[in-house]
Design a protein around this ligand. Structure first.
Ligand code: PLP
Length: 416
């Protein structure tokens, strides 16, 4: 029997504009799913009732951000919004150098090209789709050095995003520090179910990489959520604000990149990498002072950074996810624990335990959920993990998940 769970959060805003959505019935959705080849990425957004595919570019903006759009300075060079965004990157992430890019993968492309030589190895805390592809395209090999607990949906370790220092050191001994240009850390780790790393782990990995002269880079796409989890779960950090923790986290890294559809850019303390990235962005994205972004969007992003560290915004976001997770669990639905920061991840292996992995349990579950309810989630299993570029063999990830992602109600995004 499902029990009623009270809200532990309330939205710190009111809604003043609504967008109508289409209400469909099951036969309609069955037809739409069939036409999409049972792939939720190929559904028309019009046919979706609640879209939980991603939080990438799907978030509502605040009135303060919309007002910022009107302040767009669309000068080709030296837009004032570029300087506003740079100022906030310095202020909130503590990184002196900054290059805007139109999306996270553009930043990943450039960082991979600048840092990786063919034959290099890039250790990371579980792969992310676009991150790994760019590392491979640059001639590198990604090596997963996340703790074993992360590969087990049922394990409730509070920091399943941690890097295992033994795995990392073993790799360094095996291939040599010279073959490792940087360690790539993400937090919270998306593919593990939105799992954070701890400050203690970050300090340990920072000391280890320094010892061997290896750089440490951070996919800071959802860094404020990681900061919030540290504040909530790690001893000694309860009294620090999310803004303080974000800056402290970044202080251990040589550089960061952020997905522009969620937050946006490359920032670093390494002047040489900065100069190379600034030259490269002109070729691939646009002049260094807009990097493919409109001036008005940079203004909205600059304002979004100020809003994302506000305690009421970040706690609402994470608690909303937790609330949904608790409700689903009370109905006996198998999920990844602990709950993630930006999404709930359904465990398709347990949910559809009669399906072997090569029958795509997560893809099937995502499609069934859509047909049943009109809610669109995303497959994060066999299909996402793709094939090995050298052997062409299908990769079999331990986790077969369906992600139900919560778009942010208050967060910067690019217009699209
Ligand atoms: C979305 C995402 C990216 C890629 O960013 P885009 O803006 O979609 O290109 C990189 N890293 C993580 C962790 C992401 O979630």
């Amino acid at each position: 029997m499902a029990k009623i769970i009270k809200h532990s959060w309330a939205e710190p805003y009111k809604i003043k504009m609504v967008e109508p959505i289409k209400v469909t019935d099951r036969p309609y959705r069955e037809k739409a799913a069939k036409e999409a080849g049972y792939n939720t990425f190929l559904l028309k957004s019009e046919d979706v009732y609640i879209d939980l595919l991603t939080d990438s570019g799907t978030n509502a903006m605040s009135d303060y951000q919309w007002a910022g759009l009107m302040m767009g300075d669309e000068a080709y060079a030296g837009s004032k919004n570029f300087y506003a965004l740079w100022d906030n990157v310095k202020k909130y992430y503590g990184m002196p150098y900054f290059v805007p890019t139109h999306q996270g993968r553009a930043a990943e492309h450039m960082i991979s090209k600048i840092m990786i030589k063919p034959g290099d190895y890039i250790p990371g805390n579980m792969y992310f789709t676009t991150t790994r592809v760019h590392q491979e395209l640059a001639g590198g090999t990604f090596v997963d050095v996340i703790i074993d607990e992360a590969h087990d949906a049922k394990n409730t370790h509070p920091f399943k995003g941690n890097i295992d220092p033994n795995k990392l050191e073993a790799l360094i001994h095996k291939v040599g520090a010279k073959k490792i240009p940087y360690v790539c850390m993400a937090g919270p780790v998306n593919m593990a179910g939105g799992q954070p790393f701890s400050m203690a782990n970050l300090k340990e990995i920072s000391a280890l990489t320094k010892k061997y002269g290896i750089k440490l880079w951070f996919d800071a796409t959802r860094a404020t959520e990681n900061a919030y989890f540290i504040q909530q779960k790690e001893k000694g950090y309860e009294k620090k604000t999310v803004a303080q923790l974000l800056k402290e986290i970044c202080s251990y890294f040589d550089g960061i990149w952020v997905s522009a559809k969620k937050d946006g850019f490359i920032a670093t303390r390494n002047k040489k990498v900065f100069e190379e990235a600034r030259n490269m962005v002109v070729i691939y994205e646009g002049l260094h002072s807009y990097g493919g972004l409109a001036g008005r969007d940079m203004e909205a992003m600059a304002r979004g950074i100020e809003e994302m560290v506000k305690p009421e915004n970040i706690s609402m976001r994470v608690k909303q996810v937790e609330y949904c997770g608790k409700q689903l669990e009370s109905y006996g639905i198998p999920l990844v624990k602990p709950y993630g920061g930006h999404a709930i991840f359904l465990d398709a292996k347990q949910f559809l335990s009669h399906l072997k992995q090569d029958l795509f349990p997560a893809q099937s579950l995502a499609s069934e959920i859509y047909e049943d309810s009109g809610v669109r989630g995303m497959e994060r299993g066999l299909v996402s993990s793709g094939r090995d570029p050298k052997t062409g063999e299908q990769r079999y990830p331990k986790l077969e998940l369906v992600r139900l992602t919560f778009p942010r109600s208050l967060r910067q995004e690019k217009e699209n």
